[in-house]
Design a protein. Structure first.
Length: 341
């Protein structure tokens, strides 16, 4: 019997295969060691292969496509409803095999090596920034025990560093200075590494036409533009800008029933990193909105008179996501209303 559809449950070392024929009858149900996966698929005629989008799924998708197979990735939460009673690798592979054939299933676009590389720069930079924040909080907390307090903000860390390193001006014990000097050295090393990663991201941004177009949108800089460009490989998978905003979790969560709409807070689903970057960009634009009364910001100024600032920034982030979708699908730079008039 000819295999037409395969569900492949990925793992580190042991992979589970569930294959069916054109009638839906199970043909193969077996485990494969990591080294046996590619030889197994190389011996098969081209068929439909379903995977859950997870760590390593883009690598396996690229490898299986080279063998001629039609490989499709699906979000794990969309596969879960097809899992029958009990959960194990065999049940997961069977659910993947069933879900990949559904006509209404949504699939995850394939990312290339270059896109994965720039996203790794983003993730590493974000990790180092979190580590820097933890070290700064530790430095502040330790110094506050000795009555040394300065204003918040990363730009004021230099003041704390100067106090610790000025032995004549402070009356800190030698053991405290030794302990805090280790934190300060680590902060300096992290700053150099973060700056290096930032330069790499900006260099990639300048070489990428789509990322440069996205940076023309107010509130979106090289970091957000490069992250959007590398993450959203195919903007046409979204029918509208609102679908992209919903995918990023920037739309109200619905609990509607009986024809009565009930809207709550934003869903916060999708890529939280992109959502955070858009909200931060919108927050930076809030001061500009208050000062400039251009047609582009008129709606935000009116909303600020009725709603709290945080709600307005989320609404602005939603609009930025919808504009980003239009820029990516039309392959044009952002044009303000004032410029188009």
């Amino acid at each position: 019997m000819t295999i037409t559809t395969i569900g492949l449950d990925l793992a580190k070392n042991v992979f589970q295969v569930h294959a069916v024929d054109s009638d839906g009858q199970v043909v193969v149900r077996k485990q494969l060691r990591r080294g046996a996966v590619l030889p197994f698929f190389a011996a098969l005629p081209p068929c439909l292969v379903g995977l859950e989008a997870s760590g390593g799924s883009h690598y396996w998708t690229r490898e299986l496509k080279l063998l001629g197979h039609d490989v499709r990735q699906m979000p794990p939460q969309y596969v879960k409803p097809y899992v029958k009673r009990g959960k194990n690798d065999a049940a997961d592979a069977e659910a993947i095999c069933e879900a990949v054939t559904r006509p209404s299933m949504r699939f995850v676009p394939l990312k290339g090596k270059e896109q994965q590389g720039v996203l790794m720069l983003h993730r590493t930079r974000d990790l180092l920034i979190r580590q820097r924040t933890a070290l700064v909080n530790a430095l502040r907390g330790h110094l506050s025990e000795f009555g040394v307090v300065v204003a918040k903000g990363i730009e004021n860390v230099a003041k704390l560093t100067a106090i610790v390193e000025d032995k004549d001006a402070n009356d800190l014990p030698g053991s405290v200075v030794t302990a805090l000097a280790a934190i300060i050295d680590q902060l300096r090393d992290l700053k150099a590494r973060i700056d290096r990663l930032h330069k790499e991201i900006v260099r990639w941004h300048r070489k990428n036409p789509e990322s440069r177009r996205l940076a023309t949108i107010p509130g979106i800089g090289p970091i957000t533009a490069s992250a959007l460009s590398a993450t959203i490989t195919d903007p046409t998978q979204f029918k509208s800008g609102r679908q992209l905003a919903a995918w990023l979790g920037l739309v109200p969560r619905q609990n509607s029933s009986g024809g009565k709409e009930r809207l709550g807070r934003i869903s916060k689903q999708g890529d939280r990193y992109l959502r955070r970057l858009l909200v931060i960009g919108a927050t930076s634009m809030l001061g500009v909105v208050k000062k400039q009364r251009t047609p582009d910001e008129a709606w935000a100024v009116a909303l600020l008179q009725k709603k709290p600032p945080r709600l307005v920034t989320v609404a602005m982030a939603n609009k930025m996501a919808r504009i980003a979708w239009a820029v990516m699908t039309r392959q044009e730079e952002y044009k303000s209303r004032q410029a188009s008039c």
